[in-house]
Design a protein around this ligand. Structure first.
Ligand code: NAD
Ligand code: IPM
Ligand code: MN
Length: 350
């Protein structure tokens, strides 16, 4: 038997509800395969900060680092909650984890499963992956505020992009595209305006393309991507993009493929110098928290990505096919969070 240490950060809002279902599915699939998951829960998030004043202390980060992978729900308060400064929890917990553990690949697959309802009238076959940069760009925390609160206030967030960061991202995207059936890579940026970072991305893609002669490469400005993602999403295979653009287009990708409650994310440290982290694309959804209204599929699919990363491709595929068959049968049915988790467990191979 194999054993893995999993740090579980359920977080705020619907986080604990969706993580509970993912754990249910993990237990059901790992038990029979003799895969032991030693789970350590870490109480972190907005509620934890309100109760204790701590976000993610260094000692806790070091304990998390000793695990083989992290299963993450969501953190953060309702956007209008005045008790918590917006950005504190997100930066000091989620982004601190991504940056400290060097999660430079933020991997976000989008698939329109049979049985799910897309808001697009005629979406066609949708099956693409966004390879979003995870540790740089405008998220780097580079900037500040001058003369705050005055009419002369100047606020900056300076996007940080390194050749090292862009090269390892683009390398990963080419490798992924070359393993997929359609072998197509779309660079997404805005190099008609962001000429510094944009050209670094474009030059990096151009320089690597000859090493992947079977991969078709193209480029779209990010604003045009929002057009094609709504009018012709089946044109996409692998998209590679910066941190902020990737954030925005993956919420859109979730929406067109049946809802953000279905979209998983892997924060990958591909060199495995620290544990990778698996989570839904969505947030803590304070508007539906505590009501068993959240769809746990995104987190369940993230758990499948985690098993794949840990070397259990067979069990990952079992989860994905159970999700597929459940969506095919009940994709349009109103069900509680736990009912969906139970149905997916029931759809696993006996
Ligand atoms: P959100 O993703 O939490 O919610 C957006 C909308 O999608 C809401 O109407 C919500 O009800 C719905 N939704 C989200 N997940 C769903 C699910 N599983 N099933 C059904 N509906 C779902 O985004 P937001 O409202 O912008 O952010 C809320 C909080 O979450 C903020 O504090 C934000 O910073 C934080 N956030 C955290 C993460 C994370 O921890 N990874 C990600 C995004 C947002
Ligand atoms: C996501 C979230 C985060 C991001 C926030 C909460 C920091 O929106 O995971 O998509 O912007 O990356
Ligand atoms: Mn987001």
């Amino acid at each position: 038997s194999t054993s893995h240490r999993i740090a579980v950060i359920a977080g705020d809002g619907i986080g604990p509800e969706v993580v509970a279902e993912a754990e249910k599915v993990l237990d059901a699939v790992c038990g029979p395969a003799n895969i032991a998951l030693e789970k350590t829960p870490f109480p972190l998030g907005a509620e934890h900060w309100l109760a204790t004043g701590e976000t993610l202390p260094q000692v806790t980060l070091e304990k998390i680092r000793e695990h083989d992978a992290i299963l993450f729900g969501a953190v953060g308060a309702a956007p209008g909650d005045t008790r918590i400064p917006s950005g504190l929890i997100e930066r000091e917990i989620l982004l601190k984890l991504r940056f400290s553990l060097d999660h430079y690949i933020n991997l976000r697959p989008s698939e329109l499963f049979p049985g799910t309802v897309s808001p697009l009238r005629d979406p066609g076959e949708v099956d693409f992956v966004v390879v979003r940069e995870g540790t740089e760009g405008p998220y780097a925390g580079n900037g500040g505020v001058l003369r705050q609160g005055t009419d002369q206030e100047i606020a900056t967030e300076v996007s940080l992009n390194t050749a090292h960061g862009v090269q390892r991202l683009v390398r990963f995207a080419f490798e992924l595209a070359s393993r997929r059936e359609r072998k197509k890579l779309t660079l997404v940026h805005k190099h008609n305006v962001l000429v510094n970072a944009g050209h670094l991305y474009q030059r990096t893609v151009n320089a690597m393309a000859p090493q992947y002669p079977d991969v078709t490469v193209d480029y779209l400005h990010v604003d045009a991507v929002t057009i094609f993602m709504t009018t012709d999403p089946s044109r996409f295979d692998v998209l590679v993009t910066d941190n902020l653009f990737g954030d925005i287009i993956t919420d859109l990708a979730g929406a067109i493929t049946g809802g953000i409650g279905l979209a998983p994310c892997g924060n990958i440290n591909a060199e495995r110098t620290a544990p990778s982290m698996f989570e839904p694309v969505h947030g803590s959804a304070p508007d539906i928290a505590g009501q068993q209204k959240a769809n746990p599929v995104a987190t369940i699919l993230a758990a499948a990505m985690m098993l794949e990363h840990l070397g259990h491709g067979e069990q990952a595929e079992q989860i994905r096919s159970a999700v597929r068959s459940d969506l095919e049968d009940h994709g349009a049915t109103q069900r509680s969070t736990a009912q969906i988790g139970d149905a997916i467990v029931a759809a696993l191979p006996a």
